[in-house]
Design a protein around this ligand. Sequence first.
Ligand SMILES: Cc1ncc(COP(=O)(O)O)c(C=O)c1O
Length: 470
Amino acid sequence: MPWAGSNPSAPPTTRSATNPAVTPATSPPVLSAASTPAPPAPLAPPAPLADSLACVPVSATLAVNDALDARKRTGQAVLPLGFGEAGVPVHPMLATELGAAAGRGGYGPVAGSAELRAAAAGYWTRRGLPTSPEAVVAGPGSKALLYALLLTIGADVAVPRPSWVSYAAQARLTGTRPHFVAAAADGGGVCDAEALNAVVRRSHTTGRPIRAVIATLPDNPTGTLATPESVRALCAVAARHDLVIISDEIYRDLLHDESTPFLSPAQVAPERTVVTTALSKSLALGGWRLGVARMPAGDLGAALRDRLMGVGSEIWSAPAAPVQHAAAIAFSEPAPIRERIERSRQLHATVARAVARVCADAGLCLPAPRAAFYVYPDFGPWRGWLRSRGVTTGPALATHLIGRYGLGALPASAFGESEDVLRLRLATAMIYGDTDAQREEALIAADPLRLPPIAAALDRLAEILADLGP
Ligand SMILES: Cc1ncc(COP(=O)(O)O)c(C=O)c1O
């Protein structure tokens, strides 16, 4: 039956003495104590949520950011080395393109617009991975694509130890299990082949065979790059055990030295490797939420693509259309965008190396950073001294650094290492300045280390380590 109020031709509802719900419109209702309706019985409070796969804490990177923001709001100084954001301004050309496409209000194809898929295909083809637009699936950030891929594969996955915070959490969210495997000794981001072989073999005896392995090239958290030999060895094990390789290459364009040899598993095992990337790091567009996946050739690739599109169609429908347009411009790499990435690469390299030097000078051990904006110092040499100050684990060290000095950093345990490990990831790209003007200046400076925000952050880090260490 239609609701009277929804019908403009129906007479207005009134109340009358004979019907308590209806009174003449002219006389206001008179309430006496006797006629006051009893207050409704309180509704039952909500019951606690049942346990579910979604019981994962807020991602460690975002949590440390919140802790630093809270300190900042109370006027306390902070040294933001926790959050892995790229810290440079949005390129004006891309901002203009985004604005120009604001009228694109339609959803568009699930896999992404033809314009974007062609541009991403060109991007990979220029990097030695010939790609057709049909092999490209776009999504709202590579994080969402990685999650959808794990859901699509639907089986346990091997991940390097250490590795980016979200792989293991995402695997758990899909109801599968992450299996940590020691990273190769010559660079992070790729599982040591022998150790992977053993873990996968064992998984076959447990009734839960591992079906996929993730590689991060270059790596977050270590800021290093696995060698071509490690990549080949990984591909051989993947072929032996029929594993899908997910190669997360989001930092590929931020190798500090362009002559460092880079080998993608997709060049060695094209029929079993999915490659993902995004604009979040090379162009600092994490907030635009746009990532792309390059699906493998052959039947496996076709099946993965179909399933990925099914998941995408039910979760995000399509990435934001105006962002796709701007991303297509970015992936087609016109000269101003190439120049911006080149400057960012140099800035990240200069500052990451300077932070590494401060750590080494203070007596910490760490691998030389080779890519992106991360360093991964080991406070192990100070273990005894730190114990005497009540700090015995990596998480306790990170908490101590935030609480005592306002220094945000992530403990190795966030990346799958044991809590005993006293390594921390320092993300170095959030010290370029608080304003876009300062960050722009950092991009063009001949010597960014002399700019006040960067120089002050490096001095502060040296001061903190001098105070903390023996
Ligand atoms: C290794 C790695 N992969 C993927 C992502 C996700 O990036 P996005 O979802 O912005 O594409 C990040 C972001 O920190 C990352 O460090």
